[in-house]
Design a protein around this ligand. Structure first.
Ligand SMILES: *Cc1c(COP(=O)(O)O)cnc(C)c1O
Length: 408
């Protein structure tokens, strides 16, 4: 067979239309720069949606992946392996957790967490204690259980019937949570910063209140740190800054730096409820993913690295404020570390795609978080010069869209 020429148009011919990718096909990346099929260069402020925490083709990750690829790729969980054991040991050293379950994505990590909290309550209290409470606009993945726990109805619509025993309450509203909780509640699930929901940080006081309510009702607290974890906020996990420990934490995205891997972290006591044979994943904890993730974790858990993420937050906000001063498109710039959201003013709501397309034309890769927030989640090792250069491109894109004006 001769080599086939594929383009963006091929997508519409052969792919299920559940995505609508930008009008170019990237072929190569290096650090925070990406090149498309035509050789056009882009600065990457997306980080593969908070995944490529160490940039594209990071030499240390490439080396680890190459070395491991020549030893062992896959065994199944009939055997354990050294990279998985080393990574689990490291994650338990760095966090509240005593035990780790590996899988391949965020949705799968949450699926494990939600099954665990149900099973833990079943084992320790009884089947009536099965209710899960989560928050409006939250996002926890696309499997049927995770879209059900997630607080965005649009992701459930048409897929009913969905699992029962799940309640959604207003985020950052402790009274609403208090009213919803009972002794039937087995767990409260939350993102320390709602990511897909629009980069909405939880108030520290709210988080402390959630922990207290969970303790009062003998319910577990699950932190979905799939987007906020592994250095994204300038802390290794976002909970570390909040002074509140969860019982279960899910992590994925940046954990593999681009290699698919997810994990659920928990305590000894909770882990007992996922006894032999209760849950599993064929690829979970495979040596390739774990070897890469160990290198990612060791690189990012460095204090200097994390401090630098906090410093770069300042640079991002400064640049965005300057652009906003000139063009006035944002109501608010918010977020932590290198997870940054620019909440658009009402006249721009629903028009995020226009800013993305204009940015792409200027050579900048950008994200949205819901219909009214522009999101930036670059590699944590993006340089100051790359930030400034990307912001110049962004400023040109914004100027162009503003000149055209908001859609009526
Ligand atoms: C991305 C994300 C998920 C889902 O992860 P997948 O790897 O896409 O399954 C779950 N929760 C949060 C907070 C996320 O940002």
């Amino acid at each position: 067979m001769t080599e086939q020429k594929v383009t963006r148009a091929t997508f519409d011919e052969v792919m299920v239309p559940n995505y609508k990718p930008q009008d170019m096909v990237p072929v190569r990346g290096e650090g925070s720069r990406v090149w498309d099929q035509n050789g056009k260069e882009y600065l990457d402020f997306t980080g593969g949606i908070a995944v490529n925490a160490l940039g594209h083709a990071n030499p240390r990750l490439v080396k680890v992946l190459q070395e491991q690829s020549e030893k062992l790729w896959h065994l199944s969980n009939v055997y354990t392996n050294e990279p998985a054991l080393k990574l689990a040991k490291r994650l338990t050293e760095l966090t509240f957790a005593d035990k780790v379950f590996f899988c391949n994505s965020g949705g799968e990590a949450n699926e494990a967490a939600f099954k665990l909290v149900r099973k833990y309550a079943y084992d320790n209290v009884g089947p009536e204690k099965h209710e899960i409470i989560s928050f409006r606009q939250s996002f926890h993945g696309r499997t049927l259980f995770t879209v059900s726990v997630g607080g965005q109805e649009k992701y459930r619509k048409g897929f009913e019937p969905v699992p029962e025993g799940i309640t959604h309450v207003e985020f950052n509203n402790l009274d609403a949570l208090k009213a919803a909780m009972s002794d039937r509640t087995c767990a409260v699930v939350m993102e320390p910063i709602q990511g897909e929901g629009g980069i909405i940080p939880a108030d520290p006081e709210f988080v402390r209140g959630v922990r207290e309510l969970c303790d009062q009702h003998n319910a577990l607290l699950v932190f979905d740190e799939i987007q906020t974890g592994v250095g994204r906020t300038g802390h290794f996990y976002a909970y570390m800054e909040l002074g509140v420990e969860p019982d279960v934490l899910t992590t994925a995205k940046a954990l593999g730096g681009g290699f698919p891997i997810g994990a659920m972290l928990t305590t000894d006591k909770c882990a007992e409820s996922l006894g032999f044979g209760t849950h599993g994943s064929t690829y979970g904890g495979n040596p390739l993913g774990c070897a890469v993730a160990l290198e990612v974790v060791n690189t990012i858990s460095d204090e200097q690295m994390l401090a630098d993420v906090q410093r770069k937050h300042g640079l991002f906000v400064e640049e965005l404020d300057r652009i906003n001063h000139e063009h006035g498109i944002f109501e608010e710039v918010r977020g932590k570390g290198l997870l940054i959201g620019g909440a658009l003013k009402p006249e721009w709501h629903g028009q995020g795609a226009r800013f993305l397309a204009a940015a792409r034309a200027e050579g900048l890769m950008l994200l949205v978080a819901g219909p009214q927030v522009l999101r930036m989640a670059p590699a944590l090792n993006i340089t100051d010069d790359e930030i400034r250069e990307g912001m110049q491109r962004f400023a040109r894109a914004v100027a162009k869209v503003v000149t055209e004006g908001p859609e009526a």
